[in-house]
Design a protein around this ligand. Structure first.
Ligand SMILES: Cc1ncc(COP(=O)(O)O)c(C=O)c1O
Length: 384
């Protein structure tokens, strides 16, 4: 869908649109012309090798989405009943689902009120003799402070699973996200910095882990086909999806640069709206890439995030709410998880935070319109 030449004042500004005007079409045509449309086509290997090279990993294992990548990563590490995995409460359900389905127990830490990433200081307090792994999730464009996590993991002999779904192309002290810990996962959903429509990847340097991931993604076929020693999944990525991903990966630097410019422009426009907390611009270890441009309503604003989002929708502005914490998820509470978890920061972020249109191709005039609408709805709420 192209939004060029439309009337900016009256047209809807979607929360996210992919940018597909590179080699996507040409590579898709190659798939159709050659007949390589299944997972056995050459673009799958190209995407795996390209993403592994980009992150400095030895192996990339393409799968059908980021949630599947998390399932494979947790299963490959043989996490299971009796094991505890420390993770952020402020994240997507896929992280907790992979842990719970393995039989292991997720143990949550709260979010940091400024960066919205997991509170690294709380991780040490949650380590018990049963802890086997720390799942790190980079949230909304800033990486987690990895150094203390890696030090703890080494000291306590814990695995580190890095969820870099939202941080493709981001760096931590100059080192690529997707390169940290024992195993990393990516998502290629259309709002990600590299999309394949639906898709994901597991990354690792460990040869044995990589072999196991490849087996788990492909039903654990053995040498004698249709004999299975273990249950896997069909989580394969098709050549069609990978073709799109290869074209996207060619432009990753440009995409990240565009996102940074988007974030800077929003921050300038929002600078005189004190009712909104805006993203941290940079930390000693990274410059924000604004995977999404999040805002948090200050406590004295007489609106909840959902009310603000509804008013913005009425003005033709697409938004999304922030994550809803894992320790408040009905499905996980019913499983007797997180009974005494106290995570007030994440609870507040869920109720006061949402994100503005954040497409890679978002234009300045659209951002101006978004911010004017924010200003208008905040003024109206204050006057009511
Ligand atoms: C941090 C994180 N992990 C995992 C996922 C799941 O990826 P997918 O939607 O491809 O299953 C997402 C999706 O947005 C995500 O943001």
């Amino acid at each position: 869908m192209s939004s060029v030449n439309v009337d900016v004042q009256s047209s809807f500004v979607p929360v996210n649109e992919p940018l597909l005007d590179g080699n996507e079409k040409a590579y898709l045509c190659q798939c159709v012309e050659t007949g390589w449309i299944s997972s056995e086509g050459p673009f799958v290997t190209r995407l795996e090798e390209g993403m592994a090279a980009r992150t400095g990993r030895r192996h990339g294992i393409a799968v059908c989405n980021g949630s599947a990548a998390l399932e494979v990563a947790v299963a490959a590490l043989d996490l299971g009943p009796g094991d505890e995995v420390i993770m952020p409460t402020f994240t997507i359900i896929s992280c907790a689902a992979a842990i719970v389905r393995s039989g292991a127990i997720p143990v949550v830490v709260d979010a940091d009120p400024a960066t919205w990433n997991m509170n690294v200081d709380q991780v040490a307090q949650k380590i018990t003799p049963r802890t086997r792994a720390i799942m790190v999730v980079h949230i909304y464009g800033l990486p987690v402070d990895m150094e203390p996590i890696l030090t703890l993991a080494e000291r306590h002999d814990l695995y580190v699973i890095e969820d870099a779904a939202e941080a493709i192309g981001q760096n931590y002290y100059g080192r690529p996200c997707g390169s940290f810990g024992d195993i990393s996962v990516l998502s290629f959903y259309p709002n990600k910095h590299v999309t394949t429509g639906e898709g994901g990847m597991v990354l690792t340097n460990d040869d044995e882990l990589a072999t196991r991931c490849r087996s788990l993604r492909n039903l654990c076929f053995q040498e004698r086909r249709f004999v299975h020693d273990e249950l896997g999944w069909n989580f394969r990525m098709s050549n069609l999806q990978a073709a799109v991903g290869v074209a996207q990966l060619e432009r990753l630097d440009e995409f990240v640069e565009r996102k940074r410019r988007m974030g800077q422009f929003y921050s300038e426009l929002l600078a005189d709206i004190p009712e909104l907390q805006t993203p941290v611009v940079e930390t000693p270890y990274a410059r924000n890439v604004y995977w999404v441009y999040g805002v948090v309503l200050r406590n004295d604003v007489p609106l909840t995030a959902l009310e603000a989002m509804r008013s913005l929708a009425a003005e033709g502005i697409g938004t999304r709410p922030f994550f809803f914490p894992m320790h408040e998820q009905p499905v996980l509470r019913r499983a007797q998880l997180f009974q005494d978890a106290a995570c007030p920061v994440a609870e507040r972020l869920a109720r006061r935070g949402f994100y503005l249109p954040s497409s890679i191709g978002l234009r300045e005039e659209q951002m101006v319109r978004v911010v004017e609408s924010c200003r208008r709805i905040l003024r109206a709420a204050a006057a009511a």
